[in-house]
Design a protein around this ligand. Sequence first.
Ligand SMILES: Nc1nc2c(ncn2[C@@H]2O[C@H](COP(=O)(O)OP(=O)(O)OP(=O)(O)O)[C@@H](O)[C@H]2O)c(=O)[nH]1
Ligand SMILES: [Mg+2]
Length: 460
Amino acid sequence: MKDTIAAISTPPGESGLGIVRVSGPKAVSIVSKIFKPKKEKVLAEMPSYSAHYGFIVNPVNREVLDEVIVTVMKAPATYTREDVTEINCHGGLISVRRTLELLLKNGARLAEPGEFTKRAFLNGRIDLAQAEAVFDVIKAKTEESLKAAVKQLKGGLSEKMNEIALELKNTCASVEANIEFAEEELETTGMPGVKKELQKILKKINSLLATAEGGIILREGIKTAIIGKPNAGKSSLLNELLDEERAIVTHIPGTTRDVIEETINIEGIAFVLSDTAGIREAKDLVERKGIERSIIAIDEADLLLAVFDGATDIEKEDLEIINKIKGKNIIAVINKTDLKPAKTTENELKKLLNTAVFVKISLLKKSGMEKLKKEMGKVALEKGARSKESLIITNVRHKELLLSASGSIKHALESIDKKMSEEFIALDIRGALDYIGSITGRVSTDDILNKIFSDFCIGK
Ligand SMILES: Nc1nc2c(ncn2[C@@H]2O[C@H](COP(=O)(O)OP(=O)(O)OP(=O)(O)O)[C@@H](O)[C@H]2O)c(=O)[nH]1
Ligand SMILES: [Mg+2]
């Protein structure tokens, strides 16, 4: 980590400001080479957290690139715990990009995705769970998911993990003490206490795990596929939910080909909607490809909005779709209630899809939408996405590690019951300790770190 990294931290495009960020031992000296302050001064001598007005100038040909503010932040009280400089350029593609190029020519290296945050972790400012929370804050789709992420960023999860780790360590010490007593052929009295302690820890882990399904949905949103036969009104429904003419709607069956994905927020929970191609016997290659994607969307969805045309009788296509979606989490949407209803459609659907929730709407008249949103909100509630628990698990990696830790502890408890040797029990407890330590990054490998940070954006 001796090198100095640089990256553009704001999204590409036209904007008021564009920020280029630099971190590392030469963060100040490299910027000094390309920055000409309006008032004569030496950046390295400026106090930490001071801002300086001036120009970015190419040192080779004296060309002025932009008018900027440079902020100097000195180690260790910075994001990365290294010296950090931020160059506030005017927004726009070219200015920030050329400023970055100049930095790279003058000794900085282009940062990898998430490398600033990785340095914050490696330099001990935050732990791994907090570093992951930075990513979640950036990606938060709703207020609720932002709240959960900020809590994790502030160390809520880490605190709990450290508490569990300490308890495991103490328990392990008791077991190991027993091993030594055994060698001296002293009476081993510690095991009932160890058992009780392990059961207590297991309970803590399990109650955290109980929040995971809802927590992961809170973080990632509910994957919701809008499906049905052609012309049922799927794209009209997407548009109505988004309140925007996002998808093309026509009276021609087979209008939608590609899956269109958009996110909406219902009562603080994100629903990741996909409008799909109507499912039927495909008329051409493009439609067939589209329908294949519809089927994949059905498989991947947490929730299906199955749209039916209430004005036409149940057709072979509806029956095929019903077959494909049986057993899934379904809200059956009967559309076109502004038209004369088909005689048997509603009753037949209720028989065929007896576990589904039914909502009648008219997208032409825009009626029934409140009821539909309410039912969608209920699904979120059922999935536990609005948990009352103060600490929730929102990340699949954490869930898996907690599951493994819980497995190791269960194994240790079984070994105690079977009166196995203390060495085995200690081994399982150490295993659990490592799993918990992987959540906060006390135990980590390059592979794990690379995997986590490569998902970040560059410049964070
Ligand atoms: N009368 C009436 N017509 C509707 C209603 N909702 C949609 N339509 C019409 O039904 C036709 C098909 O609507 P779309 O939303 O494109 O249907 P789709 O299910 O996306 O169709 P594909 O993309 O072809 O699978 C359009 O002409 C809509 O205007 C409704 O509630 N009432
Ligand atoms: Mg469509």
